[in-house]
Design a binder for this molecule. Structure first.
Ligand code: NAP
Ligand code: MG
Length: 497
């Protein structure tokens, strides 16, 4: 753990400068009509700064800048080695500004500083490095064809990519989109969530400093209307979205109403974490089960929000999960000892408390269930666990996106798989068992984009494609497969004689 203290981070936070203006064509701009919204820290309710509330004028300007930079080939036309070099310089600058960026994430979104310094900011730099390093090593194909033909299959950047992202990992979710999109040669317009715009606005300046040309990377803070306008825009070629299933459905419709832009959706989840009675290490399983739902305040698309436990080990496992949950006592996110910070804002805080109220009526409360106040004016909720008798209960079906765990009980492995798959989502799943055959058979049966065996949330490296089955979305972030989303495939046939 970091030797830096709460006092160290508080001093740094007090000295921090905030930039709330939009970043368009290599410059900061206020909204044309002067409109702003207040950026409020969920740590203590303090207003951090005013942020430009972008609208149609800014969307037009940013898309036009992105289009211009794409059409003039200032970025797409560069040798991939040159794009790699600029992206690596950007990643290096992000690493140099790690403390500042981590503080912005922590102040804006309530995330523990221990996580923003160890996961969010280094993970963002790593994502950029990974695609930078890949992009000058990927070639096209020369394919079999008639003897008189030369057949080439190549990938080309799509053009203007808009990325609309949520607030739970503000920079990292954005980087999973803009890093492959930019590496492939596209120009990007990023819309961060209005709940967490500050870090994206800061890294935009660093992109220019690194030599990424003006117009290639633009950031528009504002509400959902900015996302809607981007999704409806005729000059946006691709919209990569991470967020809720409800908004994802709307974005597909906007694409259909406009130019059929490519739409890629990383959406919600209600992921099952299955522990069989023959699990070899209940302590480890319990710790992982607590981490799966309480890490990042439960604001995790992959949260293991349904713990499915085999009846004979239920008491033994739950005693351990409850003990492991103590590590997640809410505290000031600026304290390096804090593992559970603040809920992102009042709206989400009240939403989670609403689910807890529903849970009290339909399930048995085993732990937590209340708001707490480690810092005055902030939004904090205790780790909460319900024993849920009915799989159809609201809290066991709907994504809560907060620190609330539903425990369901099963008798056989088949029943566990049925319960696990009985969901509109399919983002992730886990199974704990000492029997490897059982593990593989269950992993095959689970309808989810990621399956962990005897672990949860492991695999921070970029090699694993990440995304969902069913209403958890389409397409995959991370890995070389993500480049497929931001490129068009072209067949070129040359008649030789
Ligand atoms: P959200 O409400 O769907 O918002 C996501 C983004 O869409 C925000 O930037 C939002 O702007 C914008 N938006 C809102 N309405 C829109 C509209 N009509 N058209 C276009 N854009 C619109 O989701 P959230 O509350 O920010 O994030 C939580 C959700 O994200 C959860 O469901 C979680 O599971 C999901 N998530 C998924 C993944 C994954 O990889 N699968 C990762 C992280 C999170 P404003 O916020 O400014 O309104
Ligand atoms: Mg905020």
């Amino acid at each position: 753990m970091s030797k830096k203290t709460l006092a160290y981070w508080k001093d740094k936070a007090d000295a921090l400068q905030f930039e709330g203006r939009a970043w368009i064509d290599g410059q900061y701009h206020g909204a044309q009509d002067g409109r702003t919204f207040a950026c409020v820290s969920p740590i203590d309710g303090r207003v951090l700064c005013a942020v430009a509330d972008c609208g149609a004028a800014e969307v037009e300007a940013a898309v036009a800048a992105a289009r211009r930079s794409f059409d003039t080939q200032v970025w797409a036309g560069q040798n991939p080695r040159a794009r790699k070099a600029a992206l690596l310089r950007w990643a290096a600058l992000i690493r140099m500004h790690e403390e500042e960026l981590a503080l912005l994430e922590t102040l804006d979104a309530g995330k523990p500083i221990r996580d923003t310094t160890s996961v969010d900011v280094p993970g963002t730099a790593y994502s950029i490095e990974w695609y930078a390093e890949a992009i000058d090593k990927i070639g096209g194909e020369v394919v079999p064809a008639d003897h008189h033909l030369l057949g080439l299959v190549t990938r080309e950047p799509i053009g203007v990519v808009a990325a609309v992202v949520p607030w739970n990992f503000p920079l990292l979710m954005a980087a999973w989109k803009f890093a492959p999109a930019l590496a492939a040669g596209n120009s990007v317009v990023l819309k961060p969530s209005e709940k967490s715009p500050l870090s994206a606005l800061r890294v935009a300046q660093l992109a220019l400093d690194a030599g990424i040309p003006p117009g290639v990377f633009n950031v528009l803070p504002g509400g959902g209307e900015v996302g809607r306008l981007l999704a409806l825009h005729g000059d946006v070629d691709c919209l990569a979205f991470t967020g809720s299933t409800a908004v994802g459905k709307q974005i597909m419709q906007y694409a259909g109403q406009s130019n059929l832009k490519r739409v890629w959706l990383e959406l919600g989840g209600k992921s099952p974490n299955i522990v069989l009675a023959d699990c070899a290490d209940l302590d480890r399983a319990a710790k992982a089960a607590a981490g799966a739902i309480f890490y990042n305040m439960g604001e995790m698309c992959t949260a293991g929000s349904r713990l499915l436990v085999q009846r004979e080990i239920k008491t033994a496992l739950l005693d351990r999960v409850i003990a492991a949950a103590r590590r997640y006592t809410p505290g000031n996110p600026l304290d390096p000892a804090t593992a559970m910070g603040a809920i992102v804002d009042r709206v989400q805080f009240e939403r989670v408390l609403g689910y807890i109220e529903a849970g009290r009526a339909e399930a048995r409360l085993l732990l937590g269930g209340s708001a707490v106040q480690p810092e005055n004016g902030g939004f904090y909720i205790e780790p909460t666990i319900f024993d849920v008798p009915q799989a159809g209960s609201k809290i066991a079906r709907e994504e809560i996106f907060g620190p609330v765990l539903s425990v369901l009980t099963f008798d056989t492995a088949d029943e566990a798989v049925r319960l696990a798959n009985d969901s509109e989502y399919g983002l992730a799943a886990a199974v704990w068992t000492a029997d490897l055959t059982q593990a593989h058979e269950m992993a095959r049966s689970l309808r989810a984009g990621t399956v962990w065996v005897n672990c949860y949330d492991e695999g921070g490296d970029m090699n694993f494609p990440f995304g969902g089955y069913r209403q958890s979305g389409n397409g995959r972030d991370k890995s070389l497969h993500a480049l497929e989303k931001y490129t068009e495939l072209k067949s070129t046939l040359v008649r030789l004689r």
